[in-house]
Design a protein. Sequence first.
Length: 126
Amino acid sequence: MHEGLAVKGKLQIRMHTVNPMCVRCESATKITIHCLLHCHESKTAWTLADLPLMTHHLEPWRWWLWLLEQLNGVGNAKTQITLAAILTWQIWKMRNLKVFEGKALSPHEVVSISRSMATEFLSSSH
Ligand SMILES: [Zn+2]
């Protein structure tokens, strides 16, 4: 019980110190979709990965459906969808690394990591 309260207190302290705005450009609108797609470094990552970049604003789950629609029917759809899923995860990790540890990864690094993870995943899932 005591430990539970202590953890809650730490979480509250932590939540108060986490800036709800984007740490990269200080935009505060629709933070999740902003971090994943519209922040400058995220846009660069999607472009480098040669994946469709949504320029209008949708809720995250609608965006994912939109993305699947764009990739549906392309020759390498499975590869591209896998890369998109991993890239989304890695962009979020890149954001968290900056928020919680003050470390920065470049979009090139994020795409490179995502590409090797996608290749590894696809070669192990046959
Ligand atoms: Zn931003």
